[in-house]
Ligand binder design. Structure first.
Ligand code: PLP
Length: 430
């Protein structure tokens, strides 16, 4: 990068790459290779021993992915990052890097359904306990913590409720006890920098706003380099005890000369090496293209979403609108403390006509896509009660914030008049 800057508009275009070493290309090349020629046996030996950092094999690292990793780490104010094959892989690795069978972690109840399934069921089968707590009282995290608690986990702006998570409050509790906070910032890139509020690790489904064009699945884990893993060595055996799978390396010791990157190095050389959910270089290229316009897109996404929320508030067929701009009290305080430059582009609303009205509304949409996704440049809609949350009981749906007439919108960057016209004509038929 030519200039040191904290401005995201510049970082997304310049961080981690100026020109390609072989052909001076300005665009980041797609390094579509599995492996890398070692300069000598000594070079190979040093790379494997981590005495020198460099490319070995694309399952563990790749120069195209490396630029994306540097770009997102810079954007978040972190020290290093790891690209993986999906958001699911990112949340899986972020936890498995600290938890082993018999351990537990504490997680907000307000999280994406796919993450919920992973934590409540698959991790349970692996002997890792997820303790879900209500984030409306940050002290719930302290109450659920014991000596086997390895981390806290939450989403900045979780849908469907869209209640902003109390990042600093929970990060502070964790730092007092010696427990790091991992934050999924998928729905709020640029609007929130969780590391600035005390989080230790940030993760993304890059599938959403980072890519923006709906072409690629991917994930990212960013290491804040701001957590002292050695202060309570017993709490973090994966980082402080000799690792038998890497000739006895103690990660906090082994990587000290390279900086405070023990967490992310272990995720790369152990989890990515063994479990193999690597991001393809082609997808990394797609994310780099998408990211170049992220600041512009987020501005438009947020502006359009605020206008949609205001419009729906006055509609006779809408009984309530769920959007941070419509909140008050403590929720509004958290919104203002943690979201900067917009309130996100997810908007929920409830139709007075309930479940049937929700289905008719979705079927009548012409511009909006009916998909199980968020964060695309195009506007998207879904009726959770009959799709994403249909396997839950009525009571579970209501706990998750999904009423029969609830519709979730992910507002795109089309012209606002066209977005509102489509909503209005579909509402007429609902
Ligand atoms: N985190 C959040 C907040 C999500 O919305 C999603 C997907 O919808 C994921 C994680 C999982 O990401 P992916 O679909 O890239 O695996």
């Amino acid at each position: 990068m030519t200039a040191n800057t904290s401005n995201p508009e510049t970082i997304v275009l310049h961080a981690g790459h100026r020109k390609d070493a072989s052909g001076n290309s300005v665009a980041v090349p797609i390094h579509q290779t599995t492996s890398y020629q070692f300069d000598s046996s000594e070079h190979a030996e040093n790379l494997f021993a981590l005495k020198e950092l460099g490319n070995i094999y694309t399952r563990i690292m790749n120069p195209t992915c490396d630029v994306l990793e540097q770009r997102i780490a810079t954007l978040e104010g972190g020290v290093a990052a790891l690209a993986v094959a999906s958001g699911q892989a990112a949340s899986t690795y972020s936890i498995l890097n600290l938890c082993r069978a018999g351990d537990n972690f504490v997680c907000s109840t307000d999280i994406y359904g796919g993450t919920w399934n992973l934590f409540a069921n698959t991790f349970k089968d692996m002997g890792i306990e997820c303790r879900f707590v209500d984030p409306s009282d940050p002290e719930n995290f302290r109450r659920a913590t014991d000596e086997n608690t390895r981390c806290y986990y939450a989403e900045t702006l979780p849908n469907p409720k869209l209640n902003v998570f109390p990042i600093k409050e929970v990060a502070d509790i964790g730092r007092e006890i010696g427990v790091p906070l991992i934050v999924d910032n998928t729905a709020a890139p640029l609007l929130c920098k969780p590391l600035d509020h005390g989080a230790a690790i940030v993760m993304y489904s890059t599938t959403k706003y980072i890519g923006g064009h709906g072409t690629s699945i991917g994930g990212m884990i960013v290491d804040g380099g701001n957590f002292d893993w050695e202060a309570q060595g017993d709490r973090f055996p994966t980082l402080n005890q000799p690792d038998p799978s890497y000739h006895g390396a103690v990660w906090t010791e082994a990587v000290k000369p390279l900086g405070p990157i023990a967490y992310i190095i272990r995720a790369r050389v152990i989890l990515l090496r063994d479990l193999g959910a690597a991001m393809s270089p082609f997808n990394a290229f797609q994310f780099l293209q998408g990211m170049e316009t992220l600041p512009l897109r987020m501005e438009r996404h947020c502006e359009n979403a605020a206008k949609v929320a205001a419009h729906l508030l006055n509609h006779p067929k809408v009984s309530s609108v769920i959007h941070p701009s419509c909140q008050d009290g403590e929720l509004a305080r958290r919104r203002d403390a943690y979201l900067n430059g917009g309130h996100g582009a997810l908007v929920g609303f409830e139709l007075t006509g309930g479940r049937e009205a929700g289905r008719s509304f979705i079927d009548a949409l012409e511009l909006f896509y009916h998909v199980a996704n968020i964060g695309d440049a195009r506007s998207l809609a879904i009726h959770p009660a009959t799709t994403t949350h249909s396997q839950l009981s009525a009571e579970e749906q209501s706990q998750a914030g999904v009423t029969p007439g609830y519709v979730r919108l992910s507002i795109g960057i089309e012209h606002i008049d066209d977005i509102i016209a489509d909503l209005d004509q579909a509402l007429e038929k609902a």
